[in-house]
Write a new protein. Structure first.
Length: 223
């Protein structure tokens, strides 16, 4: 059953890398193109993040193997639902590869909601929302979200066109900021810096090593 194969693929992401080597030497086996949206409640508080992942052709082919139960060449919602359920259960164990912070402090998040999976034009897409357990006031401090696999088994990169947006009323004086992808030179410099650190060294704010290579999305507000 393909759902089981997919589950093994997703859970392998957090098990594949040697703890002491980190992303400096790890190589991805699954590629995801992503869009995200910071979701605001009617009162202007941030209540979570929407994510849309488009999987690479290799993963799509493997994930869909055996799911076309009626043999019509189309993957219906009912045929995709078991795969979606199993993937979401696996991703939950790793906090959906999503970290949200305010003022550098990691925020508590809930289980994914509003999730589903579609297949069209040969592409498999997974969408879901990660809610904050407590909606936050963005004017109280910089909000940041990073989406990444800390072990780099799965490469998650933003699409080039319209990668990030806002849903709902963003407060006056606040703006969405998408930081640039680290350049090759910056990544090399980070790798060289990591090579000089001891095994007990940790990045700032108790981030993991993968966070140092992830593209940040911010909500910044004038004070």
């Amino acid at each position: 059953m393909m759902a089981g194969k997919s589950s093994k693929l997703m859970t392998a992401a957090a098990l594949s890398c040697l703890a002491l080597t980190g992303p400096a030497v790890a190589h991805p086996h699954v590629w995801i193109e992503m869009r995200s949206s910071v979701v605001f409640a009617d009162d202007g508080r941030i209540k979570g993040v929407n994510l849309i992942w488009t999987f690479d052709d290799g993963y799509t082919e493997m994930a869909l193997d055996g799911l076309d139960t009626d043999g019509d060449g189309v993957y219906s919602q009912s045929e995709l639902d078991p795969l979606t359920t199993e993937n979401m259960a696996s991703l939950k164990d790793y906090d959906y590869f999503t970290v949200m912070r305010q003022g550098g402090v990691k925020l508590a998040t809930g289980d994914a909601v509003a999730y589903g999976q579609t297949w069209a034009d040969g592409k498999l897409k997974l969408h879901f929302q990660i809610p904050l357990k407590t909606p936050l006031d963005p004017t109280a401090g910089e909000f940041m979200v990073k989406v990444y696999d800390p072990e780099f088994f799965i490469a998650i990169d933003y699409v080039k066109d319209e990668p990030v947006s806002v849903v709902g009323p963003i407060p006056q004086g606040c703006q969405l900021v998408v930081k640039p992808v680290p350049t090759g030179a910056e990544i090399e410099a980070t790798q060289q810096m990591l090579a000089t650190k001891g095994q007990d060294w940790k990045p700032e704010n108790n981030e993991d090593f993968g966070a140092m290579f992830a593209q940040p999305v911010l909500i910044e507000c004038k004070t």
